[in-house]
Design a binder for this molecule. Structure first.
Ligand code: ZN
Length: 251
């Protein structure tokens, strides 16, 4: 069993969704919505399939369309017991930097909901690491800094305020020494394993459509960096996910 802590597995991303669901029957997937439509999709899949859990939220790229009414819908949907996190939420100044204040406001409103319902959050942070850190430092919600791309020093600052670091396919990329350093320096207990499917397929499949079955390549690279065997690494990463997302009944 492998737990994929961050994926986007739904019909708007995969033409062959039924095939993928079958392929993933021995995987546990935390499936992330990014807007109202995909939040509904991940909720429906979590209700249908035992091995799928839902993270729901409004991604910063959708900030201009989000109203208070949408936040009320999100709050209602959070009551579904298969919702294990609010995500994917955060800040993206790469995609759009002229609405920073609006992005921060939406991020904070969702952190407040996470606090109210005692859920962790899955955080997207692109070209916005300082603001992300400052906001999480103030609100102190348990956070998974997904697809971590910053330095070891930054990772340690996040860990100090209770966050974990999401590691996926990018650690296998040949030119990515920074993430290798992060993995080398962090205790395994601080890492969450993820794909970000359908994006970021690891080497040797880089550039293809990703799914959770490719996590074996990521586990192998982490095991090599740590000088541990793959089974030890996988068991620990699964245990981290079970504890962080409070996945009751998963062994
Ligand atoms: Zn994502």
């Amino acid at each position: 069993m492998i737990i994929d802590t961050h994926a986007h597995i739904y019909e708007s991303e995969y033409d062959n969704l039924d095939e993928i669901i079958l392929k993933l029957k021995n995987f546990i997937v935390i499936n992330n919505g990014i807007n109202e439509k995909t939040n509904k999709m991940v909720l429906e899949m979590a209700d249908t399939y035992n091995n799928f859990y839902a993270a729901i939220g409004y991604h910063p790229e959708n900030v201009d369309e989000i109203t208070d009414w949408d936040l009320e819908i999100l709050e209602e949907e959070l009551k579904n017991p298969k919702v294990v996190a609010i995500g994917e939420i955060g800040l993206d100044y790469h995609y759009c930097s002229d609405n920073k204040e609006k992005q921060k406001e939406l991020f904070i409103k969702q952190l407040e909901l996470a606090k109210k319902y005692n859920k962790p959050v899955i955080v997207h942070s692109r070209d916005a690491v300082e603001d992300t850190f400052n906001i999480l430092n103030e609100y102190r919600v348990r956070a998974d800094i997904h697809c971590f791309s910053s330095s070891t020093e930054m990772a340690e600052r996040f860990i100090k305020i209770g966050s974990l670091i999401g590691i996926g396919g990018t650690v296998t990329f040949k030119n990515n020494k920074k993430t290798v350093e992060v993995v080398k320096n962090l205790d395994l207990s601080k890492i969450l394993l993820e794909t970000d499917s359908p994006y970021l397929a690891p080497e040797p499949l880089r550039g293809t459509k990703n799914d959770s079955t490719n996590l074996k390549y990521v586990v192998k690279v982490i095991a090599d960096i740590k000088g541990l065997d793959e089974e030890t690494v996988l068991n620990k990463l699964n245990q981290n996910a079970i504890e962080f997302f409070d996945l009751k009944g998963v062994k």
